[in-house]
Design a protein around this ligand. Structure first.
Ligand code: IFM
Length: 674
């Protein structure tokens, strides 16, 4: 029997067996290491179970295609004869700790797991046993080197079955294991220390697994604590020094993060507060904040879906959260792209184009991982999305040095647009042929307005940030001024592209379940339906670039035909609906966005992991939609649009290196420097 996820303001609970959904919801991570919420009291059944990931560790599964490497699980602590079937699972959002609680006739058990926010290399696991009667207990501590990846097919409707071994052991010893990735020879070293409060130690056995059985006779009321500290090192990393109390240090580090990132929401629906905190927790738990050599995959460290690759999800959906709360982390995310500029140039060359073209699905080596033509080659807006985020960062943080870091990126990406767009002499315009917009059901469209608008903005940014010869400046200015933007002046409506209006409608009842399970992806391209927010998204990226009427017209024209088959859609619809005062739609989409993974509204959170971009979109729905956060050139500014069921919001943001507190109630708002 599977129980529902219960949401409290500071914790998430579920009483059930450990299934895929539990594994995603009770994920623990510190941005560097991530562990699904698997049962820590049992060994894996298959080498692909108990997924543990390390940010940035990718390995080739075949020439040119990589997967995020799964690490062995060495966390297991088994109270023999007392393991649960159903268990109370808890994610404590005040302490960033996952907990599992169960009772047997003789004992009460509490298992806890953290990925330390104070020490990126460290995982800690603790089993607390309380004796309810006088009884004997054997606890087996196991480290299992067996591990495989199950690379997930890009097509969501195809179930992958082939296991691939990416990591092989070099050494298995009592207190450590050494591995390397087969293709790249990247070393991985995992060590552990086991302690227990009764010093009930025994001999360690090293075989296929490493194990040790601890035995104790407990009297009623006794407590026994078994603890394991695990250190994961990759490449040439050296171990951080061990400390006495990593649990307290982790809590302190987490509370500093909460100080920067927490949002208090006063809403009629009590689930919204805890859901918002869980969303924020997940965004922090999959972000290696201090590193610029890794980014965030579409499922963070919660799952290997999309093979761990980075999409526009990072720059357009997640980025505003980091930019407003943790600017140094945001800068690192951008530097990840800056340092892959040469790869982007090489990709443009391979496509017989100029400048730099960022990959749609980016692996750690900067290579394109998307294997389809209509998405990998046609979904080109990613390049302009990156330029957009870089400019937003420079504007909101006032990071003066950053302009020179991104000048080349701006210029090379603008050059790409000049060569990717096609000059049509008869129309005296530059058109984008065969591009896929954010709406991935648009086929290979002509003049997708989102793409063209973003490309135009990208060229503008090159003109702003980069030095270039006068002749090139004139050329780029000419391109910018002649990019086709489809607009119907009579309806005062931006049009998505040149083909959408010519397609027949898709008559079917609406539901939250994605339609691609029933109608194949190719067939969906020829209906007048949208997969996800396209022009609706564009309106949110440029809040002062469109009139209120234009925003409303776009929402009213496109929302009714949007299927929201992508999890990136609801949050953005909530944001625009709230900012245009469409309260009913705004509230509905806000709730869906915030509860999407916790309530498994798309039915794939367990199977595919946490939808990182959806977390960012939900955050934007609250902060940019309900609070209307933007910047006015001197300070953060708000345009509160609280829907009737939300009565207040309070949070802080960073602007030009200073912290600002934003409070919004039904009676007014304040934006004050702290
Ligand atoms: O980037 C998204 C895309 O917009 C829709 N399909 C899933 C991708 C990864 O999240």
């Amino acid at each position: 029997m599977t129980g529902n996820v219960v949401i409290h303001p500071w914790c998430i609970e579920r009483y059930s067996e450990i299934d895929d959904l539990s594994e995603s919801v009770f994920f623990t991570g510190n941005g560097y290491i991530g562990l699904r919420g698997f049962a820590g009291w049992q060994c894996k059944k298959s080498p692909r179970d108990h997924a543990v990931f390390r940010a940035g560790l990718f390995s080739a599964i075949r020439p040119g295609i990589t997967d995020m490497v799964q690490l062995p699980d060495v966390t297991t602590v088994i109270p023999e004869g007392h393991t649960p079937v159903q268990v109370l699972q808890r994610l404590d959002l005040k302490r960033a700790a996952a907990e599992w609680e169960w009772d047997t006739d003789d004992f009460r058990f509490l298992m806890q797991r953290i990925a330390s926010m104070a020490d990126p290399q460290l995982i800690c696991v603790r089993l607390k046993v309380s004796a309810l009667k006088n009884a004997n207990l054997n606890v087996k501590v196991v480290e299992d080197p067996r591990v495989s990846n199950l690379p997930v097919h890009d097509d969501q409707t195809i179930q992958s079955t082939d296991l691939v071994t990416l990591l092989v052991p070099d050494e298995i010893a009592e207190r450590h294991m050494a591995f390397h990735t087969i293709a790249e020879k990247e070393p991985v070293h995992i060590s552990w220390r086991v302690t227990d409060s009764l010093s009930a130690r025994s001999r360690v056995t090293v075989g296929d697994t490493v194990s040790e059985t601890l035995s104790a006779r407990l009297a009623a009321g006794d407590e026994w604590v078994i603890e394991k500290r695990i250190r994961v090192l990759c490449g040439n990393e050296t171990a951080n020094p061990d400390t006495d109390d990593p649990w307290t240090e982790h809590e302190k580090a987490w509370s500093l993060l909460l100080n920067d990132c927490d949002i208090v929401i006063d809403a009629d629906d009590p689930d919204l507060q805890g859901a918002l905190r869980w969303n924020i927790y997940q965004m922090l738990a999959s972000n290696a904040a201090s590193r610029s050599d890794v980014s965030i995959g579409a499922r963070g460290l919660t799952h290997g879906r999309y093979k761990g690759n980075t999409f526009w999800d990072t720059e357009i959906f997640l980025f505003p959260f980091y930019m407003w709360t943790r600017p140094a982390a945001a800068r690192n995310l951008l530097m990840y792209r800056v340092s892959r500029l040469d790869d982007a140039k090489a990709l443009a060359r391979r496509q017989n184009l100029e400048g730099a073209r960022y990959p749609w699905m980016c692996s750690s080596d900067g290579s394109e991982q998307c294997e389809s033509w209509d998405i990998g080659l046609c979904e080109v807006h990613i390049t302009a999305d990156i330029a957009y985020a870089a400019d937003r960062y420079a504007t909101v943080t006032g990071d003066a040095a950053f302009g020179s870091e991104i000048a080349e990126l701006m210029l090379e990406t603008a050059r790409y647009w000049k060569s990717r767009l096609t000059w049509e002499p008869g129309k005296a315009q530059y058109s984008s042929f065969f591009v896929k917009g954010p709406d991935e059901y648009c086929g290979a469209a002509v003049n997708n307005t989102y793409t063209n608008y973003m490309a135009r903005h990208n060229i503008d940014l090159a003109l702003k940030y980069a030095a270039m010869p006068d002749e090139e400046r004139e050329e780029l200015t000419f391109v910018r001024d002649h990019i086709a933007i489809l607009y119907d002046p009579e309806r005062r409506l931006y049009l998505q592209d040149e083909t959408l209006d010519r397609l027949p409608p898709l008559e079917r009842p609406r539901s939250d379940a994605p339609v691609y399970h029933e109608i194949c992806f190719d067939r969906l391209q020829r209906y007048r339906v949208l997969k996800q927010a396209d022009l609706v998204l564009l309106m949110t990226l440029f809040p002062s670039g469109f009139t209120a009427e234009e925003k409303r017209n776009v929402f009213e024209a496109y929302e009714p035909i949007t299927l929201h088959d992508s999890t990136l859609s609801w949050g953005i619809h909530a944001e625009l609906a709230l900012q245009t005062g469409l309260w009913e739609k705004g509230e509905t989409y806000l709730k869906k966005a915030l509860l999407l993974d916790l309530k498994d509204l798309m039915g794939n959170t367990g199977r595919e992991g946490v939808h990182m971009a959806a977390l960012g979109a939900a955050w934007q729905a609250v902060v940019c939609g309900a609070a209307g956060l933007w910047d006015n050139g001197d300070a953060p500014a708000v345009r509160p649009m609280l829907p009737p069921s939300v009565h207040g919001l309070s949070f802080t943001v960073m602007y030009h290196g200073e912290r600002w507190r934003i409070s919004i109630t039904e009676n007014g708002s304040s934006v004050t420097r702290e």
